[in-house]
Design a protein around this ligand. Structure first.
Ligand code: HEM
Length: 387
């Protein structure tokens, strides 16, 4: 993340970059691996940093005809086995007690809640540890979107005014609303920045015996139930378009954090709400899974399939309204949404407390930096501190 604010150092004006430099994003990978496996600094092997950079670079540029995509793709392939073995060993450090404070890692919660591993095996945990390359890189995309909007020159005056108003009031007090003012401000940033423009899901299991991922075995629903392989059996969820649709909001184009004051939250979208909408029955069975990691918490779901936390018997609010779709909508909705919203609340508290301001550098040839899926940014913004 440290690479996002460009500096006026020669680096910013140097010739076109070579991507995948391992010292390019040291702090980002420290945060990433510390959060997942409790490892940071020199304990992260260079190969692990390199594969992360290369993975992001492929996702950002995407076009396989570009040499930068091909080169980084080949790097990912060459280092994948190393990465998987390294993660596997670090998971053993967590389960064996070799890692201090393992409960500070995400993997610890995955392992503790995996039960006998029938539905979430160690192999799945290994995969999730690097699947999150795709998920977390969207934080970079979002930070860039926020910096651009809050920028003193060329930013968005309406959003800067809303930030000022939110922070100089009582940002962390909900006053009876489902969300606090700061939470609503962050949600509105996500709705309008919409780092993830859309998703595609298949309607039936399209994996067959020939697939190399071993999923086409006898437990595949496709084979067990002889489900048809629908050639057009895909659902596209256009997140950005949904969030801006005038069928959902009277003022979709306006930056208006107060729109979330009256939205339904997941715990309210129940059997009765299903009937009210016109469903014959609740499309998703309402259920709850208690966690087995020592917390008094469960994961429940709404009639749309949205998963939400229930802690000490109290449901945590998730905006379950189709007009708010930056994290998807329904049963495939992002499970990292609340964590992400809280991270950005913290980021904005820091910006406010330390009087951090953002400025455009107006560089003639800013460096092109790959930061996340489909996102290559001009490294053209810096920040300062007002005294
Ligand atoms: C700016 C940050 C993020 C954005 C904008 C974002 C957005 C999304 C979107 C749009 C989806 C797809 C929903 C759909 O298919 O309808 C998704 C899925 C997912 N996200 Fe995120 N996400 C973010 C961060 C995270 C983080 C930090 C994590 C993990 C801690 C995470 C974990 C996942 C997972 C596991 C899925 C797949 C869910 C499933 O298919 O059942 N995401 N995310």
């Amino acid at each position: 993340m440290t690479r996002l604010p460009a500096t006026s150092s020669p680096r910013s004006t140097s010739p076109p970059p070579s991507f995948g430099l391992i010292d390019d994003t040291p702090y980002y990978w420290d945060i990433y691996w510390d959060l997942h496996l409790g490892v940071k600094g020199e304990a992260i092997p260079p190969q692990v940093r390199t594969i992360g950079e290369s993975f992001n670079t492929v996702l950002a540029f995407r076009d396989p005809m570009q040499p930068v995509v091909y080169d980084n793709y080949m790097t990912v392939r060459a280092l994948l086995d190393f990465l998987k073995n390294w993660i596997d060993e670090r998971l053993d450090d967590i389960t064996s007690g070799r890692l201090a404070n393992p409960e500070k890692t995400i993997a610890w919660y995955w392992l503790r809640n995996a039960g006998d591993g029938a539905h979430f095996s160690k192999k799945d945990v290994v995969f999730e540890c690097f699947h999150n390359f795709v998920a977390f890189s969207q934080w970079g995309n979002t930070i860039f979107g926020i910096m651009s909007r809050l920028s003193q020159d060329g930013g968005n005056a309406e959003i800067r005014a809303a930030f000022e108003q939110t922070m100089s009031g009582d940002p962390d007090t909900a006053s009876g609303a489902p969300f606090t003012p700061l939470e609503m401000f962050v949600m509105e940033l996500f709705r309008t920045i919409s780092p993830n423009g859309g998703s595609i899901s298949s309607m039936s299991d399209v994996r067959g015996t020939g697939s190399s991922d071993n999923y086409g075995d006898s437990v595949s629903p496709f084979l067990r139930f002889g489900l048809p392989y629908g050639r057009s059996g895909y659902i596209i969820s256009p997140h950005t378009a949904t969030s801006f649709d005038p069928r959902h909001w009277r003022n979709p184009q306006q930056f208006d954090p107060s729109r979330y004051r009256d939205v339904p939250t997941s715990a309210q979208v129940d059997e009765a709400r299903s009937k009210q909408i016109g469903f014959a029955r609740c499309p998703f069975e309402l259920t709850a899974m208690k966690v087995s990691d020592g917390r008094n918490a469960a994961m429940a779901n709404s009639a749309f399939g949205t998963v939400f936390g229930v802690v000490d018997g109290k449901p945590l609010p998730v905006c379950d309204y189709a007009g708010f779709a930056p994290f998807g909508f329904g049963y495939r909705r992002c499970p990292g949404e609340q964590l992400t919203i809280q991270v950005f609340e913290d980021f904005l508290r820091k910006v406010w407390r330390d009087k951090i301001t953002f400025h455009s550098l107006n560089l003639p040839n800013p460096r092109q930096v790959p930061i996340g899926p489909n996102a290559v940014i001009d490294d053209n913004i810096t920040f300062g501190r007002q005294t």
